[in-house]
Design a protein around this ligand. Sequence first.
Ligand SMILES: NC(=O)C1=CN([C@@H]2O[C@H](COP(=O)(O)OP(=O)(O)OC[C@H]3O[C@@H](n4cnc5c(N)ncnc54)[C@H](O)[C@@H]3O)[C@@H](O)[C@H]2O)[C@@H](O)CC1
Ligand SMILES: [K+]
Length: 213
Amino acid sequence: MAEDAITAEQMRHYDSYTINTIGIPSLVLMERAALAVRDEILNAFPLNLQNVVVVAGSGNNGGDGLDIARLLYIAGVKVTILNVGNLEHASEEHKVQDHICQYYKIPQTTDLNVLNDASLIVDAIFGIGIDRPVEGSYADVIRAINDRNAVVVAVDMPSGINTDTGEIMGVAVKATATVTFALNKIGLTKGNGEDYAGRVVVASDMGTYPVKD
Ligand SMILES: NC(=O)C1=CN([C@@H]2O[C@H](COP(=O)(O)OP(=O)(O)OC[C@H]3O[C@@H](n4cnc5c(N)ncnc54)[C@H](O)[C@@H]3O)[C@@H](O)[C@H]2O)[C@@H](O)CC1
Ligand SMILES: [K+]
């Protein structure tokens, strides 16, 4: 509901409190987030699992994506990772997830053509960390995602949607469903964000109580 929705800054505060004050490690939160997205994909789109492509940026949204890729792979789904971020700037959590994906030898590529045969695309390019207009190769991949006839499941936010306002930051992923973490985000409840998010699923059980201070 709109009154429960929060901003990116509020979510960062809750994440930071959960990690640094309560003491739940960031990777534990990431695993719970990824499990929620895996469950949504397996339960809501069982007929679209022939060829899943996870499009991953290099931040923690991308880290979620790699985690989801591994969980789907273990569940027996054919999955390929399309890396679109700058891996030299990868977050620490992303590096851990990448190491695990390499252990499992999950196919990874930077070739956008992998989207051509996708039956379901997981959008894990940008989450609440988006802070400027989407341009260049990021804009190209978002347009390529939108050009396909695949089901699209967005991780936390459709990439390109402003978390606080719902505005399109240049170009944005048009999702079939969005699984957002802990609490709903204002940008999913109004403006273009409401339309681009598709069906919003709030994965509210992150193993913590919502923290209000
Ligand atoms: N421990 C945590 O903090 C958790 C974070 N989670 C995930 O992490 C996400 C936030 O991760 P991050 O803070 O790493 O941010 P993102 O992964 O959303 O974005 C990554 C980075 O992209 C860069 N960027 C922003 N806008 C850009 C643009 N237009 N073009 C190019 N680069 C741009 C920024 O430097 C940003 O830090 C959440 O949305 C959620 O999916 C979840 O794993 C739950 C736990
Ligand atoms: K996303």
